[in-house]
Design a protein around this ligand. Structure first.
Ligand code: SME
Length: 161
């Protein structure tokens, strides 16, 4: 069973995210700020980070950007690997139990569930917002909406860059 986050808390965090979005001048600062807010305020979001597609790389590769949480060995992820690779197809991926997903690339032994949301720039995937939890099935509908909202803000900001 998914233990979804408290809707009131999600609302509060969304307001903080809106404030951050209006106060931060660059996409980079927005991404950094979002990792801080989500990791600090959402108690089950134990690792929060962005992977961005390396411009011009062939074959394409996701490169670790701003993140909060334990250091990860996965700083470059090809699109045929990991949950991150799967989400680069353009669909949010939620994994309730990472142990049972053969695609999963382990970042920390404590991770039990994960959500990866694509960041779109002008309709194309430009990167992803990846969140790991030490709790199984930590990402319910409320969480998915919040994380997709954050990814959209980054995409819009990158479109202006
Ligand atoms: N678990 C991810 C790799 C990134 S770490 O979680 C930070 C994956 O399976 O793609």
């Amino acid at each position: 069973m998914t233990i979804t986050s408290n809707p009131r808390k999600v609302d509060e965090v969304r307001k903080e995210v809106d404030r951050l979005n209006s106060e931060t001048p660059t996409a980079n600062q927005l991404m950094h700020g979002l990792t801080l807010v989500l990791n600090k305020e959402m108690l089950k979001y134990n690792w929060v980070g962005f992977y961005m597609l390396e411009p011009g790389a062939d074959p394409p590769v996701l490169v670790l950007g701003h993140y909060q949480g334990a250091m990860t060995p996965h700083t470059r992820i090809p699109l045929n690997e990991g949950i991150c690779g799967a989400a680069a197809s353009g669909k949010t991926v939620v994994v309730d139990d990472v142990k049972s997903d053969p695609r999963y690339l382990a970042c920390s032994l404590e991770t039990k569930s994960e959500i990866v949301v694509p960041v779109f720039v002008r309709g194309k995937v430009a990167g992803e917002l990846d969140i790991d939890s030490h709790f199984a099935a930590a990402f319910g509908d409320e969480d998915r909406e919040l994380v997709e909202y954050c990814a959209q803000l980054v995409g819009k900001r990158l479109e202006k860059a």
